[in-house]
Write a protein that binds this ligand. Structure first.
Ligand code: DON
Length: 307
């Protein structure tokens, strides 16, 4: 069997092993996400030579949700630099849920850019000019990570807009401490739109592989962000990407990762691969149950733990 067939085979066997898991439920606090097929389970891996390996529902579209956060953080770091971004958002694990109130005593900064509060501020930092609106920059940048033009699922966007009062409250709380760069309603609207960007597991694996490859998309060969920015993003994903499950994830899987409530999950093997899974039923931390199980098994089987 060729090396490529062996990778495809191992993704397929992970799918076969975990597709029957019945724990967890798709998110329903964003009503449109509750309509997802709970049986869908796709896996994709992109290697540093740009080869894409897939199993199951790897081409089924879903929305990025929180998997958007590391990539918008990368854009903010690229445009503004670490010192400026760090004036607004920290880089410490919060040990709390993704939607917790997060205001550092003294500075009022959210703990990190992976929790909602920090992600809303990060999105608000993206420059917004008449000839290059902030959301266009975000969509374009995430498209470069994915290696194709992406679009927004307007139904998911509206669904979160009408139910997203907690995120609006977080944004107002942050402004009350003086650390919100733009109007809270505007910031949250842009953040909801970024969360509603449509991708597939193959796109996610390509985005993860771009971080793995030092900021160069291994499929298109385009440099998307600097190697320094990619490394910084991986550091924050490793410590904060799985929220209050980050320590346990690093202990068991040992790879920088990011989950999203639509069921997407990415993990990065620096200089080796980007991997992604899609399966909507979630655990208590808002991560995909099957995705978590499959990536833990994959890390064990191939000794991928970085530590
Ligand atoms: O802001 C929210 O609640 C969603 N748009 C995204 C949250 C999310 O994906 C948390 N991750 N597991």
């Amino acid at each position: 069997m060729s090396a490529a067939d062996a990778v495809t085979d191992s993704l397929q066997s992970l799918r076969d092993r975990f597709v029957g898991v019945r724990e967890g439920r798709p998110a329903d606090y964003i009503p449109q996400l509750a309509l997802a097929d709970p049986d869908a389970f796709g896996l994709a891996l992109v290697s540093m030579d740009g080869h894409r390996y897939v199993a199951g529902e790897a081409e089924v579209p879903f929305t990025l949700q929180s998997v958007s956060k590391p990539f918008v953080y990368a854009l903010a770091l690229s445009l503004l630099g670490l010192d400026e971004v760090s004036r607004w958002v920290g880089a410490e694990p919060s040990g709390e849920a993704f939607n917790a109130i997060s205001l550092e005593p003294g500075t009022g900064r959210p703990a990190n850019a992976m929790v909602n509060a920090g992600a809303i501020v990060t999105t608000a930092l993206i420059p917004d000019t008449p000839d290059d609106p902030a959301f266009d920059r975000i969509l374009r940048c995430l498209g470069c990570f994915a290696g194709r033009e992406l679009d927004v699922d307007e139904e998911v966007f509206s669904s979160e807009s009408v139910t997203g009062d907690r995120n609006r409250a977080l944004a107002y709380l942050i402004r009350s401490t003086g650390t919100m760069p733009v109007d809270p309603v505007l910031a949250v609207d842009r953040y909801f739109r970024q969360c509603a960007i449509r991708v597939t597991a193959v796109d996610l694996a390509t985005m993860a592989a771009t971080l793995a490859y030092g900021g160069v998309n291994p499929v298109t060969r385009e440099r998307v962000v600097s190697a320094e920015v990619a490394a910084r993003v991986l550091a924050v994903m490793a410590t904060c990407g799985m929220y209050d499950g980050s320590g346990d994830w690093l202990l068991r899987v040992g790879l920088p990762a990011k989950s999203g409530v639509s069921g997407g999950l990415i993990a990065v093997g620096p200089a080796r691969f980007g991997v992604a899974t899609y399966s909507p039923p979630l655990d208590a931390t808002g991560g995909s149950v099957r995705g978590h199980a499959a990536l833990e098994a994959m890390s064990d089987r191939y000794g991928l733990h970085l530590m």
